[in-house]
Write a protein that binds this ligand. Structure first.
Ligand SMILES: [Fe+2]
Length: 219
């Protein structure tokens, strides 16, 4: 594995305290974006070059709603996402990524982990000890499974058999600012999250049902 230096700048806004991230390889200077959740003019002042790509965590509207302005402004920018998301990106700049694959950007190695459940095309992206989890895992809980292409069984497998199997000192950078702080390690997140403490799938489904029952805000 290449070990490099990279920086992460977080931007909050969009539909519902969404996060977009600007990730910069400190050696090559190459920049990438995670999700097009915020208006381009929020991020643009911080670009030092033309960003090379936008990595899409899933295609719920709030995560891709400003993508056309990025495509217009940066003619060479590529979009990375799930192959089945292609219908959402009617252009030849979409690069489908398969599960458990690696893309090299500058000196960074970015790994894809398919995490269906919250939505069918959810992908997490990891760089060294950081993972961008989209709406699969937030600080304090998992994503929800209320979309028409959600699946709670798949979410359990994605969270418990993939994300929580990563090293416990991995930092989660989620798709929304829903927790007590913007980012957290997996170890600490398990400690503060009842939805990450399930004993098996049926316990997880019970915990999710309980969470939805007691949920006060419909967002
Ligand atoms: Fe979502």
């Amino acid at each position: 594995m290449i070990t490099t230096d990279f920086s992460i700048k977080s931007f909050k806004g969009g539909f519902d305290n969404n996060f977009s991230y600007l990730v910069t390889c400190m050696r090559s200077g190459i920049e990438i974006i995670i999700d097009a959740s915020l208006r381009l003019d929020r991020l643009k002042p911080f670009f030092k070059s033309n960003p090379a790509m936008i990595l899409i965590t899933h295609t719920h509207t709030d995560h891709i709603q400003y993508i056309s302005s990025y495509l217009e402004c940066f003619p060479d920018i590529k979009i990375i996402g799930h192959p089945d998301s292609n219908n959402n990106f009617d252009n030849n700049r979409f690069i489908p990524i398969s599960d458990n694959s690696t893309i090299e950007v500058g000196d960074m190695e970015i790994k894809s982990i398919y995490t269906p459940g919250h939505y069918f095309d959810s992908i997490c992206y990891s760089i060294e000890n950081v993972i961008f989890t989209g709406d699969t895992v937030f600080v304090g809980r998992t994503g929800r499974t209320i979309s028409n292409r959600s699946d709670i069984n798949e979410l359990y497998d994605s969270v418990y058999k993939k994300i929580l199997k990563l090293p416990r000192d991995t930092y989660i950078y989620p798709g929304h600012d829903y927790g007590v702080k913007p980012t957290i390690t997996i170890e600490e997140n398990i400690k503060i999250s009842e939805l990450l403490q399930a004993n098996g799938k049926s316990d997880f489904i019970d915990r999710m049902a309980n969470y939805e029952k007691n949920r006060k805000i419909d967002s």
